[in-house]
Write a protein that binds this ligand. Structure first.
Ligand code: CP
Length: 308
């Protein structure tokens, strides 16, 4: 379905292609198929920024399908530390691997890599820009827990300025029918205007911006909590002032619908109190598992071995 294609941002996939990936991920989960589909294939993971879920779920996905993995988890252990450029790194690694998954702090780095790679490049996060496979994870989780992705009110809470998972998910949700979005953040961390006025307004999306989580809790079908992105702040003082702007706890959960789904791309710091973890509406660890299945679906599709 996606053989030989790059995935740089969620807009690279049509709604039909997204749906087919979700169906395939469901079959991989329930039928344990594709166990040997990637035998002889090699995945390279090039991580210029820290990661637990994205890197390890891609590696787990490849290993579970019989393939092999190589790469680096931090650039200091590669020739990047000697001054090698991103372009030369990618040109080199594409001689060794069949697909490259890359995370880099610079916006646009994955797109640049895709122009010089002889194999498909999957963006695992480029600065505050996009994180398309987290969006696949988020949408699959909503679909599995609600049955459908349309006709919902989604609240995004926390660091909406720097949170690439928010940017990718809001952009993608705007393509689904009857989606309402509520953006909850301190004024300093509001969603960039290129997304609000540049995209949501143009798409005719019904959205609200507020700094009051309590007031909107009861309206939400999905609450997408996010961490304040310390690594993207220009000074520590601002980070310290804003980091605990919202803490989801039992008291706030009492204001929410029984059918609410609480998502978080993770890692969390303080923004969801551990006491919420046992609430049946907390779905962020289910989300982690769906992330691996959808990455199995994506890799098998890009490598052209997805028959299941
Ligand atoms: N959600 C996410 O991108 O997590 P990691 O930073 O651990 O990969």
């Amino acid at each position: 379905m996606l053989k030989g294609r790059h995935l740089i941002e969620p807009g690279n996939l049509s709604l039909e292609e997204l749906e087919r990936l979700f169906v395939l991920a469901g079959r991989i989960e329930t039928e344990a198929c594709l166990q040997d589909a990637c035998r002889g294939k090699v995945l390279a993971t090039l991580f210029f920024e820290p990661s637990t879920r994205t890197r390890l779920s891609f590696e787990a996905a490849m290993l579970r399908m019989g393939g092999a993995c190589l790469g680096f988890a931090e650039p200091g252990s590669s020739s990047v530390a000697k001054g090698e450029s991103l372009v030369d790194t990618v040109r080199t690694v594409s001689c060794y691997a069949d697909v490259i998954v890359m995370r880099n702090p610079k916006e646009g780095a994955a797109l640049l890599a895709s122009r010089y790679s002889s194999v498909p490049v999957i963006n695992a996060g480029d600065g505050g820009h996009h994180h398309p496979t987290q969006t696949l994870t988020d949408l699959l989780t909503i679909k599995r827990l609600r049955g459908t992705i349309g006709n919902i009110t989604v609240g995004f809470c926390g660091d909406l300025k720097f949170g690439r998972t928010v940017h990718s998910l809001a952009k993608t949700l705007s393509r689904y029918p009857s989606i309402r979005m509520v953006f909850i953040s301190p004024p300093e961390l509001r969603l960039p205007s290129y997304i609000t006025s540049g995209m949501l307004v143009k798409a005719g999306i019904d959205y609200l911006e507020t700094d009051q989580l309590d007031k909107v809790m009861g309206e939400l079908d999905v609450l997408y909590m996010t961490r304040v992105q310390r690594e993207r702040f220009f000074n520590e003082e601002d980070y310290v002032r804003l980091k605990d702007s919202y803490i989801l706890d039992r008291k706030k959960m009492k204001l929410a619908r029984e059918s609410l789904i609480v998502l978080h791309p993770l890692p969390r710091v303080n923004e969801i109190a551990p006491e919420v973890d046992t609430d049946p509406r907390a779905a962020y660890f289910k989300q982690v598992k769906y992330g691996m299945y959808v990455r199995m679906a994506l890799l098998s599709s890009i490598l052209g071995v997805e028959s299941c």
